[in-house]
Structure formats: C-alpha cells, structure tokens
Design a protein around this ligand. Structure first.
Ligand SMILES: [Zn+2]
Length: 561
C-alpha cells in the first residue's frame, strides 16, 4: 500500500451472521500454503521486492510458478508477464563537468545537476541575477537594469527577498521552476543556483519521474563553491550529460476462463520498498535495511494465490476471473495504472475489481476489517451487511480512490472493493516481518471476500457509481483542492488528470479526465512538483485561471476553490 491517508467515516458494528458453508477451503492446507508463500516472499533473498530489481524478478518467478501449478491461463503480453516502463534515477556521462575561471570542480562534492537540468555544453560569462524574481504585483524585478544577458550563465540565489517561509510575499514567484523559466526568457544559457539563506533548504539531487527537465543546464553549487562564485568568479563552462534511467516493472496476469461474458478482476500487488531509502515511502530512519513487506503485500499476494486455487474449483462460474499480481504499486500504482490503460481483456467485460493490500494483520482483539469502495456500486452496502462473520467488525469507506491498485480500475468506471486489515507500527518498516502475520485472521478475511464474490455470482454485471471523495487528492498541508486525481505515471509536460471528483472545483469548472493542466495563474505547471507548489498558493474562494491542454486544443478555464 502506498502512504496511507485514509479517513474512515463510518464504523459499523457487526454481529454474527450465519453464512453459507465454504466446503472447498481446506483450512489446514490453506493456512500452511499462506505461510509458505509469505515466508518466501518476505525472505531476505527477495530483498524487499523493489520494482525493477532482482527481488521483484525472483518474486515474479515464484508467482508465475504458482500460477502454472494452479493451471491459470496466461493473460500477460508475454506469457503471464506484462512489462511496463518507468523512469527513476540518473546516470552521469563521463563528460559531465563544471569549471569556474578555468578550474574544475567535483560533481557531488562541490556541485550537482538538478532534476530540472537539460543536457548540453555551455561556456560563458557569469552574471548575478539576485533571486531571479520578477514580481510585477510588488514592483520587484531582479532583472531591472540588467542588459546583454543572452547566452550567459546566471548565478541565482535559491531563496526570495523575504526568505522561503509560507508567509513569504514572493512565494508565487520563488519556486525553482518559475525562476528557471523566467531566466530562460531572459536569455540564460545555464543556471547555477546557490543558497545563502538559512531559512531555505538546499535542493536534493534526486531524479524521480515527478520532475520534467527544462531547456538548459541547471546545477546547484554547495556553499564552498558558492563563496567563490559570489566573489571573484567571472566565467564558467559546464557540460551536463545525464541519462535518465528507464526501468521495467512486471505485472503477472493469469486467467480463469469460465466461458462467461463478464470477468471479475482480483488484484494484489507483490512489489515492496526494497531497501527503503529516501523517496521510497519508507517510514524507517536508519542504516539501509531490507523492508520485507510480509503484510504489505506478501499477505495479499498469498491470499490471491490461494483464492485463485479456490475459484478454479468453484461451482460459481457466471464470471471469469482475472488474477492480477501487480508491481510498481509502491512507486505510485504504476503497474495497475499501466494495466488499466493497456488491458489484456476488454475493459467493458470487467464486472468489478477486488483488491487486497495488507490483509495479514487482523488484530485478534479488535477484529476490525476495512472495506473501501462501498460507494462504487449500489450493491456493496447491502452485501457488506450480509458478509459479517466470526465477530469481525467492518469499517467502510465509500470512495473509489485511495492508496492502492483499486484506484486504477475505479478511474475506468469499474466498481471496486478493497480489503485491508489496517495499518500498524511496522507499516513500511524493516519490521514488517512474517512472524507477525495473523494467519487464521487472514483466512477469515479471505472467506469474507469469497463470500462476497459468491453472493455476486448470480447478480450479473454490477452498476457503477461515482463516489464523493473522502480522501484528499493532495496532502493535507494544502488549504485547497482542485478535486482531481493526478496521473502520477504521466511523464510529459504538465499535470495530467486521471480522474475528477464530483462536486469539487475541477468538476464544476468542466475539467475532464485526460486534460493536462499546464498553467495556474502565472505559475507554469510542468510536473507534479510544480502542480503541488502552485496549489499551495491558493486559499478557499480564490479563482484560478487554468491553461488546459485537451487533445490538440489549449483551453482557458477558470476554477474557483
Ligand atoms: Zn505499501
């Protein structure tokens, strides 16, 4: 599961209801199988199953082996496998270099390229442009009286005239991307950022797929080099040769063909955080360590395999079953997002999607199970009431959008239901280990899910309904929300919208899924980072002028927060 920001609104207390017998679940055998699956998946050998790494490959081999034994039909694009690309990290070419007044400086120690940097070679005079801010509303202009800037290397302070606080008057103009675009329009051939302001954090040298490069080389100089730059330096030369790395993730897709018109999608991601580290989603701070992800999501993967075994021999054959072991979930639902956009069975034939993510830690005392997506079809509510068993309490959340793979299917107008036994202290830490799994608890959750699916066998294709969003599409530090689900996998310029929340500013303004927001007032939106930055500048009641790319058209749209 991705970082959890769920809010549960209703808490249904549940008694005990007699349910139809599950004759084909051999409890002893299933419990032993679950333990064997999770023990292997969470073992050190698999090194935390990070997408695109060796551990993911080993895990995928294990799952494929199991799919074969179960007799599932391959439904990937290459047997069971469906590959998907993603970019992460960077490699430096040998020519990458920076020299000031003819003297070379060491990359990594003295300076480093920023994710906004383009490749290229530049030689030129240095020119100080202050903070590089033009703020007409405040009559402030760092470029005033500066002429002949064309082709020069701009030396620019990271901060603003009144610091980098949320109360800065210049915050509309001081984000790095805005400064870079301003500099380019003034003729900059390259930019060297320095930071003399203690209120401003130095930028990081990470290259994720959330930042798109600008048109010129952009680097950051650490304090020792910055001192020189601010005093005697007159000219510089730099060559930036970076290769953004493309990696491949692997979804594993199997199929149970009952000759039915509709197919139920059963999904659980198998990837996890690898060794953790910055930007991975790890909540652990310490020496790098394997994040075994026994609960997240060894538990869901094990349940998926055993439920596939059950469904294969089930007499309820009014649906086919697509068994999806997604990867890339922890990096932003990458695998399920890719699958929903490149499905190997027609989307129109998908009846509903069942997602399992962290189902192995049912608390023995509370016995509370979270079920999300109950607003995505009218049938869920009545059904949820009938599945209660063994004293399990059920918390329901209506929204079809949340931090796991069901979101990708909800955004394709498919009813979804997501099962989750709750967060815990070991979530996204090296301590999410196999010995903490509650196997009998997981088995009772699986029985609940099977009950739901069997109860739906004769119900035909479910009706889809959109949900009001209970979860934020942006983190809580924002005062406003546009009410959209950004496409985190989108790598082009701008913020591509994957879904629209009903009744929110974007919906009211007529924005649509597929639209690409490229500007909010005077702030250019080039990627997710700049979108978030732009968003933080508005408050409730503000109206924003959006530039939106819809197909080949550019539209001006006003939205009110
Ligand atoms: Zn997770």
């Amino acid at each position: 599961m991705r970082k959890i920001t769920l809010l549960f609104i209703s808490f249904l207390f549940v008694g005990f209801n007699a349910i139809s017998q599950l004759s084909t679940f051999d409890d002893t055998k299933v419990l032993a199988n679950l333990k064997a699956h999770i023990t292997y998946l969470a073992s050190n050998k698999l090194e935390g199953r990070e997408t695109g790494k060796k551990g993911e490959e080993l895990a995928s081999k294990y799952i494929i082996e199991q799919f074969k034994k179960l007799g599932l039909e391959p439904k990937g694009t290459n047997g069971y496998i469906q590959e998907f690309p993603f970019t992460e990290g960077v490699e430096y070419g040998k020519s990458t270099a920076l020299a000031i007044n003819g003297k070379s400086y060491e990359r990594g120690k003295d300076w480093f390229p920023l994710a906004y940097s383009a490749n290229g070679s530049v030689k030129g005079d240095l020119v100080k442009v202050g903070f590089g801010i033009i703020a007409p509303s405040m009559n402030y202009n760092d470029y005033k009286d500066k002429n002949n800037l064309q082709g020069k290397i701009f030396l620019m302070e990271l901060s603003s005239p009144d610091g980098m606080t949320p109360h800065s008057k210049y915050k509309d103009y001081s984000d790095m991307r805005t400064k870079i675009d301003t500099a380019i329009s003034r003729g900059a051939a390259a930019i060297i950022f320095v930071n003399s302001d203690t209120t401003a954090d130095n930028p990081k040298g990470d290259f994720s797929n959330k930042t798109t490069p600008s048109k010129i080389p952009v680097v950051f100089a650490n304090s020792s080099l910055a001192t020189l730059l601010n005093s005697t330096a007159t000219n510089g030369s730099m060559t930036i040769d970076i290769k953004r790395l493309t990696h491949t993730g692997h979804n594993i897709i199997g199929f149970i063909d009952n000759g039915a018109k509709t197919t139920v999608v059963l999904g659980a991601h198998y990837d996890h955080l690898g060794f953790g580290g910055e930007g991975s989603g790890s909540l652990y701070r310490g020496e790098k360590a394997i994040h075994p992800g026994a609960d997240d999501n060894g538990s869901g993967t094990a349940a998926l395999l055993e439920m596939a075994r059950y469904l294969k021999s089930s007499n309820n054959k009014n649906n086919n079953y697509l068994i999806c072991s997604f990867s890339g979930e922890e990096k932003g639902l990458l695998g399920s997002n890719y699958y929903a956009k490149n499905p190997t069975i027609p989307l129109a034939s998908m009846n509903y999607m069942v997602n399992m993510d962290m189902v192995g830690r049912l608390k023995p005392d509370e016995k509370s199970l979270s079920i999300q997506g109950t607003g995505t079809s009218p049938i869920w509510h009545s059904l949820v009431d009938t599945i209660k068993r063994d004293g399990i309490k059920v918390k329901t959340t209506e929204s079809g959008i949340g931090p796991s793979d069901f979101t990708s299917f909800y955004l394709k107008d498919i009813p979804v239901i997501f099962f989750f036994t709750g967060s815990h202290n070991d979530y996204h830490k090296p301590t999410d280990t196999e010995d903490k799994i509650n196997y009998p608890g997981e088995l009772s959750v699986m029985k609940i899910i099977i009950n739901v699916m069997e109860a739906l066998n004769d119900k035909g294709k479910l009706t889809f309904t959109k949900t009001k969003e209970e979860t934020n599409d942006e983190t809580p530090r924002f005062k406003v929300t546009l009410g959209v689900v950004p496409d985190y996998a989108y790598e082009g310029e701008g913020m591509r919208i994957d879904g629209i929340s009903d009744g929110k500013p974007a919906a009211k303004a007529g924005l649509k899924a597929g639209d690409i927001v490229t500007q909010m007032d005077e702030i250019k939106v080039t990627d997710m980072m700049s979108y978030m930055k732009a968003l933080s500048k508005f408050k409730k009641g503000d109206t924003v002028n959006l530039k939106v790319k819809r197909g080949a058209e550019i539209k001006d749209i006003k939205a009110t927060f």
